[in-house]
Design a protein around this ligand. Structure first.
Ligand code: RNT
Ligand code: ZN
Length: 414
C-alpha cells in the first residue's frame, strides 16, 4: 500500500484529517528573507560594510553579487520549496540603477523592478527599512539618536519605507508588512537608559503619523535583547516594543533569536495576541550569542507552530524567516530553513488536538502525556512527502542533488 494511505488511516484513528492538514499547509505563505542570499549586504553601493551589530560568518563561494544574481538564486530555491510564498525585502536592496540617492529619499521607483519580479514569480512582498550599514548609523544609534538631524534622517527613511510598503501592497494585492528593527544600543553601561527610549517613542510616533490603508500595508516593530556591540543596553527592548505595540495597536514582531537562551517565543504568542491585533514572526534559531542560525526541525520551532495551530492564531500571524549563514550553500540555507518551518507547521496541524484537549479538560494528564508521545512516532514523513509531491517539488533526500548541480553550473563560476 502507498505509505500515504497508511499514514492517513493511522492519523484518522486519532481523529486527525491529513487532507485538511495538507490543505491548510498549502495556504500558508512564508516570507523568505532576501538577505540570506548575499550575507545581508544589499546592492546600494559597492563597499557597504555590514553594521548594526549583525554578523555573518563564513565565506562559502558563490554569493549573489548583484540584484540579478540574487533573483536567480531565489527563483531556483523557490523551485525546491513547496507552496507559494512571499519575498521579504530590505531597503538596502534598492535597485538604484546608478542613481545617487540616499535612503531618506527612496520611493517606490527604487523598488519597482522588485515588485515586477515578485509579481511575475507569484510572490507577495514584505518590506523593511534598513537602519544599519550606513554612515549615519555608525555610532550605533538611529531613531533614538541624540542628534536631531541624524534622527530625522532615519525618521524620513522609515516614513519612506512605509510608503513604499503600501505601494507594494497595492500593486501586489496583498498587504505588505513593513517591519522596523533598529540596532540602537550601547556596548557598555549607559548612564541614561531613559532618554534614548523617550526619543525612540517620539520618533516612532512621527514615523507612524501618516495613516495608510490596512488593505495594503501593516506596521510591525521588532525588539532585541542584545547585539554585537550593544551588549549592555538595547533601546528597543521587548518591554519597550510590547508596550508601544499594545498602545498603538501595531503588529509585534517576535524574533525567535532575540530572547534569553532559555526563553522561547512560543509561550509569548497566546499572551501578546490578547493585546496586539496581529503578530509577525521572525523564525530563526539562536545559538548562544548568535540569533540567526538556519532554522531546523527542532523543539523550539515545533513549539511555535503548535501554538499557532492550537490557539487558532494562523489568521493573525505573518510568518517570516530571518537567518543568515555564509558557511554553507546559501540556497540550501533558504531551502533547509523554509522546509523545516513548513514541517513544523505540518506536525502541528497533525496533532490529535481534540483528543489532547478533552484529556486535559478531564484532568487526565496521563492520557495527555501518552498522546503527545504517541504523536511523535506517527508516520509524519509520509504526509510530508505527499505534500511535496502534490506541490511538484522533490522530497527531502532529492533536492540536494539539484543544489549541487546549480552550485557547479552557476555558483562556482561567480
Ligand atoms: C536583527 C533583526 C532583523 C534583521 C534583519 C536583517 O537582529 O533580527 O530582523 O535580521 O532586519
Ligand atoms: Zn529579525
Amino acid at each position: 500500500m502507498n505509505p500515504y494511505t497508511i499514514a492517513k488511516e493511522r492519523y484518522a484513528a486519532l481523529g486527525v484529517d491529513t487532507e485538511q492538514a495538507i490543505r491548510t499547509l498549502t495556504a500558508i505563505p512564508l516570507s523568505l528573507h532576501c538577505w540570506q542570499g548575499d550575507d545581508v549586504g544589499g546592492f546600494e553601493h559597492s563597499a557597504t560594510v555590514l553594521g548594526g551589530g549583525l554578523a555573518v560568518t563564513g565565506n562559502y563561494p558563490g554569493k549573489a553579487r548583484s540584484i540579478a544574481e540574487l533573483r536567480q538564486d531565489l527563483a531556483k530555491a523557490l523551485t525546491l520549496i513547496p507552496g507559494r510564498h512571499r519575498l521579504n525585502l530590505h531597503a538596502c536592496y534598492a535597485d538604484l540603477g546608478g542613481r545617487k540617492i540616499d535612503r531618506n529619499e527612496y520611493t517606490v521607483r527604487e523598488f519597482q523592478s522588485w515588485i515586477d519580479w515578485a509579481k511575475a514569480q507569484g510572490l507577495g512582498m514584505d518590506f523593511n527599512p534598513t537602519c544599519f550599514s550606513h554612515p549615519l548609523a555608525n555610532d550605533g544609534f538611529t531613531l533614538s539618536h541624540a542628534n536631531r538631524e541624524v534622527r530625522q534622517f532615519w525618521i524620513d527613511h522609515c516614513i519612506a519605507s512605509r510608503r513604499i510598503g503600501a505601494e507594494i501592497g497595492r500593486q501586489l494585492g496583498t498587504p505588505c508588512v513593513t517591519n522596523i528593527w533598529i540596532p540602537d544600543g550601547s556596548k557598555d553601561l549607559p548612564a541614561d537608559r531613559l532618554a534614548p527610549r523617550l526619543r525612540l517613542a517620539e520618533s516612532l510616533d512621527l514615523v507612524f503619523g501618516e495613516s495608510l490603508d490596512a488593505n495594503h500595508h501593516l506596521d510591525a516593530v521588532e525588539s532585541k535583547l542584545f547585539g554585537i556591540g550593544s551588549e549592555a543596553y538595547v533601546v528597543g527592548s521587548h518591554e519597550f516594543y510590547l508596550g508601544y505595540a499594545v498602545k498603538n495597536q501595531k503588529l509585534l514582531c517576535l524574533d525567535a533569536g532575540h530572547f534569553h537562551p532559555t526563553e522561547s517565543i512560543s509561550d509569548k504568542i497566546s499572551a501578546v495576541l490578547q493585546f496586539v491585533p496581529e503578530i509577525l514572526l521572525h523564525v530563526s534559531r539562536g545559538v548562544r550569542w548568535d540569533s540567526d542560525h538556519v532554522v531546523i526541525l527542532d523543539d523550539a520551532t515545533k513549539a511555535i507552530m503548535q501554538e499557532l495551530v492550537r490557539g487558532n492564531f494562523l489568521p493573525r500571524t505573518h510568518i517570516g524567516l530571518d537567518f543568515f549563514d555564509a558557511s554553507i550553500n546559501r540556497l540550501a540555507a533558504w531551502i533547509i530553513g523554509t522546509r523545516a518551518t513548513q514541517q513544523s507547521l505540518l506536525l502541528a496541524l497533525l496533532e490529535p488536538i481534540e483528543k489532547l484537549r478533552s484529556a486535559e479538560n478531564a484532568g487526565d494528564y496521563t492520557s495527555r502525556l501518552a498522546l503527545l508521545e504517541a504523536g511523535k512516532t506517527l508516520p509524519f514523513s509520509a504526509v510530508w512527502e505527499e505534500f511535496c509531491q502534490r506541490q511538484n517539488v522533490p522530497h527531502d533526500h532529492a533536492w540536494l542533488a539539484e543544489i549541487k548541480t546549480y552550485e557547479k553550473d552557476v555558483l562556482s563560476k561567480r
